[in-house]
Design a protein around this ligand. Structure first.
Ligand code: CP
Ligand code: NVA
Length: 316
């Protein structure tokens, strides 16, 4: 595997390796990106992804080169393929946040260096891998753990489907009719024989007995024109204290952030002791460092070997 465009790009065992590597890189002084540069393309706004990748690259000894859509005109000033070819001549990794997932596929096809998906209209794999790491940290990543995503069947929900095809979680999407997730990812997750997946329309029934209640904005970046319609369609899907009462008493609340406080989640929930949203944000850094170290190890070879050997790994 060269690229990380989807959680499906990793086998189950590799996901556990990423988590162990993320644990290790918090304290490890090794610099797997020493002398390397990472091109980072952002077609959309970003706080967490941009800063956690930029900080992570520096902490691993590399140098990030941040490129906005205004500066490079991906697909406008120059074709995606040519941008990928050129960036591959200067850089050792490409991290890209794009509107169209097909542009990521095109970039990976023409880049000779690994490409990492930093969010597209289809998926947000770095986010959900870091979320699974946060669940593990909180003792919530166990077989059958019930994760209820209340909201839009969009990019973040789609990456939960990818995760359910790799780890044995029970993933429930509670979304209004007309806001279904990607049909192909739903098919892959439901036929994987790994996790259990349900799509329901009643948020209270969905949240019943949940270990994790997860929120995302009702209107994602690029959908601003639909904002008023979405506010109406999602009005009964707000994650508030009443809804949280249907979950297990020790359930955690998760949100990828940014949050629209007062819309998809209330202050009393996001600021409650059950909320782990800032741990999730921090874990973007640790998990993405592990992803970069692993891709660099695989692609550029074995001067540095970050992946612990199976026999030496601690029992989970
Ligand atoms: N969660 C997340 O990806 O945040 P940003 O859009 O701020 O990067
Ligand atoms: N679904 C949101 C996620 C932001 C991290 C969006 O695409 O805007």
């Amino acid at each position: 595997m060269k690229d990380f465009l989807s959680i499906l790009d990793f086998a189950t065992e590799e996901i556990w390796e990423i988590f162990e590597l993320a644990d290790r890189l918090k304290y490890d002084a090794s610099k797997p990106l020493a002398g390397k540069t990472v091109a980072m393309i952002f077609q959309k706004p970003s706080l967490r992804t941009r800063v956690s990748f930029e900080a992570g690259v520096v902490q691993l000894g590399g140098h990030p080169v941040c490129l906005s859509q205004e500066s490079i005109g991906l697909g406008k000033r120059e074709s995606v393929a040519d941008v990928a070819r050129v960036l591959s001549r200067y850089n050792d990794l490409i991290v890209a946040r794009v509107f169209e997932h097909d542009d990521l596929i095109e970039m990976a096809r023409h880049a000779s260096v690994p490409v990492i998906n930093a969010l597209s209209d289809l998926s947000h794999p770095c986010q959900v891998l870091a979320d699974a790491y946060t669940m593990r940290q909180r003792g919530k990543l166990f077989e059958g753990a019930k994760v209820v995503f209340v909201g839009d069947g969009n990019n973040v929900a789609n990456s939960w489907l990818e995760l359910a095809a790799r780890l044995p979680i029970h993933f429930v999407l509670a979304s209004p009719k007309g806001y279904a997730p990607n049909a192909e990812l739903l098919r892959i997750a439901t036929s994987s024989g790994v996790g259990k997946v349900e799509i329901v329309h009643n948020p209270q029934a969905a949240v019943w007995d949940a270990d994790v209640v997860y929120g995302d904005v009702w209107t994602s970046m690029g959908q601003e024109a639909e904002s008023e319609t979405r506010k109406r369609d999602f009005a009964s899907y707000q994650i508030n204290a009443d809804l949280m009462r249907y979950a297990k008493p020790d359930a955690i609340f998760m949100h990828c952030l940014p949050a629209r406080r007062g819309e998809e989640v209330t202050d009393e929930v996001i600021d409650s002791p059950q909320s782990v949203v800032f741990d999730q944000a921090e874990n973007r850094l640790h998990v993405q460092k592990a992803i970069m170290a692993k891709l660099v190890e695989q692609h550029y070879a074995p001067a540095f070997s970050p992946t612990p050997k199976a026999k030496n790994r601690k029992k989970r």
